[in-house]
Design a protein around this ligand. Structure first.
Ligand SMILES: [Cu+2]
Length: 193
């Protein structure tokens, strides 16, 4: 009797966990991002959208996670708040954001149920706004450390060869840009050092 009750609870607990994490488990924290690695994505209207601005991604202190800094301008105010994600594929030369495919999701979690900000390890690695909040227009600045994104080439959570996509509240894609590796220091003081 006791055993039966315990096992029922155990299965219920497993079921609850399974709802909120990837088929391959929770996202692992990335602790070995290379010192000094820096990637920048620039929204420059090549995607046909009015949005401008930059996303700067650098290795977190001690290699722990990735520090993101965003400055995004000309967001269409009536269409927010704006979700943003790391997407699986780069933007092709014609600027078509649809071809970036889905979110970066190396643990195969999928989009439902929505990301629980309190349990970021159970969210898609690429679901940055799910873990860290959406952007509000018309100009948005944001900075955060994401523990699960990677600047280590070759692992599933690496996004240095991928893209970032901004969505309107109806989830349509309003801007997209590719990350490129840069050696240059961040120009100016728009987002601080
Ligand atoms: Cu997206």
């Amino acid at each position: 009797m006791h055993i039966k009750i315990i096992s029922t609870f155990a299965f219920a607990a497993l079921g609850a966990i399974a709802q909120h994490t990837g088929h391959l488990g929770d996202a692992e924290e990335v602790l070995n991002n290379p010192a000094g690695a820096k990637y920048v994505a620039t929204f420059d209207r090549s995607d046909g959208c009015s949005v401008t601005g930059k996303v700067v991604a650098t290795s977190g202190a001690g290699g722990k996670g990735v520090d993101f800094k965003l400055l995004v301008m000309n967001l269409p105010q009536s269409m927010g708040p704006f979700a943003f994600h790391l997407h699986d594929q780069p933007v092709p030369s014609d600027g078509n954001c649809t071809n970036t495919l889905g979110h970066l999701d190396p643990y195969q979690r999928g989009q439902t149920p929505p990301c629980d900000m309190e349990m970021p390890q159970t969210c898609e690695v690429g679901d940055l706004s799910g873990k860290h909040n959406k952007l509000e227009g018309p100009t948005a600045t944001m900075r955060f450390n994401d523990k699960y994104a990677a600047l280590v080439p070759g692992i599933g959570a690496f996004f240095g060869n991928r893209s970032i996509v901004i969505h309107a509240s109806d989830s349509s894609r309003i801007a997209c840009a590719n990350f490129t590796k840069t050696m240059m220091s961040w120009p100016g003081s728009e987002l601080g050092s």
